[in-house]
Design a protein around this ligand. Structure first.
Ligand SMILES: NC(=O)c1ccc[n+]([C@@H]2O[C@H](COP(=O)([O-])OP(=O)(O)OC[C@H]3O[C@@H](n4cnc5c(N)ncnc54)[C@H](O)[C@@H]3O)[C@@H](O)[C@H]2O)c1
Length: 270
């Protein structure tokens, strides 16, 4: 289906851990659409080595390690990306999330606050850190596009999504707040895409995730959106066809967010 809609565009893609990752699918499609980009992930994630295979498939894309909670890593990433790509950047995907409380099985009523600080920093404040670095270095091309991925637990309660709901609320707020400044100065779009539950490493860490997926599938008139379909939407948001969409939380969930009832829900788990 590639039409070259990102031909000549340059970007940075965070968060491709393995072929299940949403960012992995975005990378494959961005390459197919003619974009050139740098891949990045946490140094610890690099050790698994799978990102090297992705880079080779994407025209030998360069990989720059970056722990999103570190200012110096973020600065290094932006500086080096501009060197590698030969100038300013057209698009950035923030596809990063981590909750130590969820990993350790701590319920929402028993949160460890050190872990919670890390969750908010890695999953939300890092989006501000990224945009601040891009903004201060004047690294974005005019009419560029910056995206992060979020989940509907920012608006509705999904008890086992725990503190990640708070992180996603903050992420969506930062999107609007920074979107104003980037829009005013550079006509850069800043948005979040609120994606269906998707079977990935991060997604599967949430308790009862399988039931979650089945429930959402049953409630959504179009069914759940998978990682590849999410990647298609991301590509359209990086393209020149969406230049006036900004400061939005865009639901990409098969209609889940606006459906109150579906008979199919009664069959989940039967
Ligand atoms: N899978 C779902 O159901 C779902 C639904 C809606 C939104 N999302 C969001 O999509 C995004 C991508 O997640 P995914 O589902 O593709 O899972 P994933 O596990 O493949 O991706 C998460 C990424 O975050 C990276 N990361 C964690 N800590 C980091 C750090 N300190 N520095 C840099 N990178 C770090 C991981 O290495 C990994 O690549 C996340 O923001 C997630 O919350 C996922």
């Amino acid at each position: 289906m590639a039409n070259g809609i990102l031909k000549g565009k340059k970007g940075i893609i965070f968060g491709a851990l393995n072929d299940k990752s949403i960012a992995w699918q975005v990378s494959l499609k961005a390459h197919a659409e003619g974009a050139e980009f740098v891949l990045t992930n946490a140094p610890i994630a690099m050790r698994m080595g799978e990102i090297n295979n992705l880079a080779a498939t994407c025209g030998n894309a360069q990989i720059i390690p970056c722990d999103v909670s570190k200012d110096e890593d973020m600065q290094n990433l932006v500086t080096k990306s501009m060197e590698i790509l030969g100038g300013k950047i057209d698009f950035v995907l923030h596809s990063v999330g981590m909750s130590m409380n969820i990993r350790k099985g701590k319920s929402y009523t028993e949160l460890d606050y050190k872990f919670m600080h890390d969750t908010l920093d890695i999953s939300a404040i890092s989006f501000h850190r990224l945009m601040k670095t891009l903004y201060n270095d004047d690294a974005m091309k005019n009419e560029g596009s910056i995206l992060a991925l979020t989940y509907i637990a920012a608006q509705r309660v999904f008890p086992d999504y725990s503190e990640m709901a708070d992180a996603k609320s903050l992420l969506e707020s930062i999107t609007r707040s920074f979107g104003y400044h980037f829009g005013k100065r550079n006509k850069v779009r800043v948005n979040t895409i609120s994606q269906s539950p998707t079977v990935t490493t991060a997604g599967s860490g949430v308790k009862g995730f399988g039931t979650f997926v089945d429930y959402a599938e049953a409630l959504s008139p179009l069914g759940n959106a998978n990682a590849e379909e999410c990647a298609d939407y991301v590509i359209s948001m990086f393209s020149d066809y969406t230049k006036k969409v900004t400061m939005q939380n865009l639901f990409h969930d098969g209609g889940f967010s606006f459906t109150g009832f579906s008979e199919d829900v009664f069959n989940v788990g039967k």
